[in-house]
Write a protein of this length. Structure first.
Lengths: 561, 319
């Protein structure tokens, strides 16, 4: 419980805390460079100190807004205090995790230098002060001033670049400690922006400038390979992109139409095996290929589509729960089948558990993705090449998603998701639209699979399971969609990035990962079923009581006013 | 392939099928009342086996007596663990989601299924062993020679499965038709709102449905352990899938149908893996590795030609 403090005292606390928090990253926090990130240097922040600095900067801005510094008040249209609280928590968690990790890793608090103590104290002051300030939340923030179109586009680009910077920081953290400090800092940072009302502002801005958003998102994603010198993190980014592409495909099926597909990874596997079989690999049972990328992609999509129709046609006429279990079964059957089409326990097609290895690199428009290319003075290695190809694949999927979702078909899908009976009564042919969505989802997964087989140079049964400690697998895919937010584009992207990075960075914890993952799914459904990036309609659906209560409060307030 | 061989296949299929039937009852009862598929039922089943093994391994003296004497203790332990897990799952995971969109309980069920499986994987410990089970663990075996009935060989465990399943079906039919709680269940399955208006505590009925399903699943898992000699932390996944297939095959919501579906599935599976190797065209797809695939093909075919199941009537969707 925070003791009652008078507002001036709280303000003084916040100002002191913010000032000291800003200074502390420039001091040494420990004496030895054995702690990752080298926190021993005076005058130059490094490693996790950057997180404290970022949190403190954010807090300082909102402190200024609370104090009424002219011009800065506009940065927190929905109220600065709750934003300040979240920002202070970002600084607090990052700092205390780092200081704690120094003490634990190096064996005792004696290893924390005065700078570290100062930082820990400063963020505590900041957080205490922020939480003692009275809330100033504005329920209806004033509408934002319209900027010229070019300025809005520039603003969107800057925001996307900043988001990309944060994501890149997360991807390139090279120790579990750094990533552990990064996660809550990023989470509270985003919450601070949301509490300040900036996220809503930005949402309105993006809604007005769809094309600028697409261009800015693509441009900031293109920046990533230019910032990388080695292949290490580009490979991670590639895997995230494969995962994200499949999650986006699943999002059509689950998010838009509300069909629970629990064997989605089998369609990814179908695409991957198809591509591997026609890749000209010496392990392939067919002596054909290598085919050009467009032919492989079309074939992979086609085979996955057929599989999707075979599974979907009998089940989509029935109640949705049947689909869930049939797809679950299909996922398992796929794995069993490719495991046994090895020539001894079944016909020879997939080489059983060994899979099809040595899948050669793709050639796209004459570019061999396996060789280095130099572009604008930057050398693109193999993984950077695939990064670009995967970006293109994701762009295609997002384009299909956006166009279909915003059309007559998409509205029919959403209607079916919301109330199948009512939709059918309105003349929507449920079965046809559901089959369309299911087939589309399957073929998009097949497309991602064709790239995945070439990226990983193989197609093996172990990659396409229902649940495993590393993505992509059906359970993680579903979780990426659910965690991120069903029915949005950014949701599955965020979900995929988080669900890839968390197991990858905390590898030492892998034994308990699946258990916590299961628990997280249960808790998620219980407390935040709409996901991290909620679709407006889903939020209303899951929290209709709260929304109704808020509406009632507003009407009452209007009536009294 | 002689007639005796076929008879043996049929007998094996019957035993396997009654075991599937016991699992299927749990799916069918919960579905009949709540219209949700309790995906975690396979893990509830698996927990029963590990509960029995835990007691057998840790309670001193149990291993000294004949397994026939220890068996009641094992069964009670299995039932206690499974029922406790199922009731807790209902109370803390499913009940808060009642009235939420349909996707929510399904996703919760997947989370629950992974969670329960991993708890056993990480923490189940046998005396003198390390913490956690990564591989199948041996299950105690009933002593004595298998029985030979006219050329067909049946182990004690197989006979036990048949007896237990028959007994369970008789008791369950009586329970649902004759007792107050059973009739309350029927009423709730027909129309939960009206049932509540008539003074039926539907929450209690739901808990009872989960508990009965868990009880039968726990017994099924013990018989499975006795028959196969091992249990493993991930045995619930395929077993759950088969149990659901059996429930759909018999007509979901129909208790007798669940058992019938189980038997049909078990026999079909046994015949597929036993007879196919002798067919010229399909011999490559015979053998035990393909039996799960055939079960799945049966599910798809049933959904295609008779989606309401063997005994099911076309139920109006009341979502």
């Amino acid at each position: 419980m925070i003791p009652k403090t008078s507002t001036p005292a709280a303000r003084a606390l916040v100002v002191c805390g913010a000032a000291l928090s800003l200074v502390s990253p420039f001091l040494a926090w420990t004496w030895t460079s054995r702690y990752p990130g080298n926190l021993t240097v005076y005058g130059y922040p490094g490693g996790s100190q950057l997180l404290t600095l970022a949190g403190a900067l954010l807090a300082a801005v909102f402190t200024a807004a609370v104090l009424g510094v002219p011009g800065l008040r506009a940065l927190a249209p929905a109220g600065a205090v709750r934003a300040l609280r979240a920002a202070s928590l970002a600084a607090l968690t990052a700092t205390w995790i780092t200081v704690g990790a120094i003490a634990v890793d190096l064996g005792g608090v004696v290893n924390v230098e005065p700078g570290g103590w100062l930082a820990a104290g400063a963020v505590l002051l900041l957080a205490a002060g922020a939480h003692a300030l009275p809330d100033d939340t504005v329920t209806e923030p004033p509408p934002a001033a319209r900027l010229p179109r070019a300025a809005e586009g520039a603003l969107i680009t800057v925001v996307f670049l900043a988001a990309m910077y944060v994501l890149t920081y997360g991807i390139t953290t090279d120790s579990a400690q750094d990533f552990l400090a990064f996660l809550p800092a990023a989470g509270f940072g985003v919450r601070a922006l949301a509490a300040a009302g900036l996220t809503a502002r930005f949402g309105a801005l993006t809604a007005r400038n769809r094309i600028a958003v697409a261009v800015a998102a693509l441009a900031s994603a293109l920046v990533f390979p230019f910032t990388q010198t080695g292949d290490q993190y580009t490979a991670i980014a590639d895997n995230i992109l494969v995962f994200a592409a499949v999650a986006l495909g699943l999002n059509i099926v689950v998010g838009l139409v509300g069909l629970l597909d629990l064997g989605y990874v089998a369609f990814l596997g179908t695409g991957a095996y198809t591509a591997a079989l026609v890749s000209g690999s010496t392990f392939s049972t067919f002596d054909i290929g290598p085919w050009p990328f467009w032919a492989t992609a079309l074939l992979g999509m086609g085979v996955s589509l057929v599989a999707g129709l075979v599974i979907g046609a009998p089940t989509l006429r029935l109640h949705g729960d049947y689909l869930a279990i049939v797809t679950l079964g299909f996922g398992e059957i796929f794995r069993i089948t490719v495991n046994n089409l090895d020539g001894t326990s079944g016909p020879r097609l997939t080489n059983g558990p060994n899979g099809i290895n040595s899948v050669p690199n793709l050639t796209v428009f004459g570019f061999d993705l396996g060789t280095r290319h130099t572009l604008l003075g930057v050398t693109f290695g193999r993984f950077a090449n695939y990064y670009l190809l995967l970006l293109a694949v994701i762009a295609v999927i997002v384009f299909v998603y956006a166009r279909a979702g915003n059309s007559r078909i998409g509205r029919a899908w959403i209607a079916l998701r919301e109330d199948e009976k009512a939709a059918t009564a309105m003349g929507i042919e449920g079965f046809r639209y559901k089959l369309l969505a299911f087939g589309l989802g399957a073929s998009l997964a097949g497309l991602a699979g064709t790239v995945m087989a070439h990226l990983q140079t193989n197609a093996v049964p172990e990659n396409y399971k229902f649940a495993d400690t590393a993505p992509p697998n059906s359970a993680f895919l579903l979780a990426a969609v659910v965690l991120g937010g069903m029915g949005t584009v950014s949701g599955p992207l965020v979900g995929a990035a988080l669900l890839y990075l968390i197991p990858a960075k905390f590898a030492f914890f892998s034994q308990y990962q699946m258990m916590l993952f299961g628990l997280a799914l249960i808790l998620m459904m219980r407390f935040r079923p709409e996901g991290l990036v909620p679709d407006r309609r889903h939020r209303l659906e899951f929290h209709d009581e709260q929304v109704a209560a808020a509406e009632a409060r507003r009407t009452a307030a209007e009536a009294t006013a | 392939m002689t007639a005796t061989d076929v008879l043996q296949l049929l007998a094996d299929g019957l035993v396997l099928g009654t075991m599937y039937g016991l699992i299927a009852v749990g799916y069918t009862m919960v579905y009949g009342i709540l219209q949700i598929i309790n995906f975690a039922h396979g893990e509830i089943y698996m927990l029963g086996g590990f509960g029995a093994l835990f007691v057998y391994a840790w309670v001193p003296g149990l291993r000294a007596v004949s397994l026939w004497l220890a068996l009641p203790v094992l069964l009670v332990a299995a039932v206690v663990v499974s029922v406790a897990a199922a009731v807790a799952a209902e109370r803390f995971a499913y009940r808060p989601l009642r009235g939420a969109p349909r996707l929510a309980p399904l996703i919760t069920a997947i989370g629950l299924s992974l969670f329960l499986q991993q708890v056993v994987f990480n923490f189940f410990t046998l005396p003198g062993g390390s913490v956690g089970v990564t591989a199948p663990v041996p299950f105690p075996q009933l002593p004595g020679e298998p029985l030979h009935l006219g050329g067909v060989t049946l182990s004690h465990a197989a006979l036990l499965t048949l007896v237990v399943a028959a007994l369970a079906m008789v008791v369950l039919t009586w329970f649902v038709a004759r007792t107050r709680t059973g009739r309350a269940m029927q009423a709730t399955a027909q129309d939960p709102k009206t049932a509540r208006l008539m003074g039926i505590d539907t929450d209690r009925v739901i808990v009872v449905a989960f508990a009965i399903g868990a009880l039968l699943a726990a017994v099924a898992c013990v018989t499975q352990g006795l028959r196969l000699g091992t249990i493993s932390y991930n045995m619930g996944f395929i077993a759950g899938l088969k149990g659901f297939t059996a429930a759909v095959l018999g007509g979901i919501g129909n208790i007798k149908g669940a058992m019938l579906g189980g038997v049909v599935l078990g026999v079909a599976e046994a015949l597929a893996s036993g007879l196919l190797p002798h067919l010229p065209a399909l011999h490559m797809f015979g053998g035990s590795v393909w039996k799960d695939v055939w079960a799945f093909v049966i599910l798809i075919v049933v959904l295609l030609i008779r989606p309401q199941g063997l005994l099911g009537e076309r139920i109006a969707d009341r979502a």
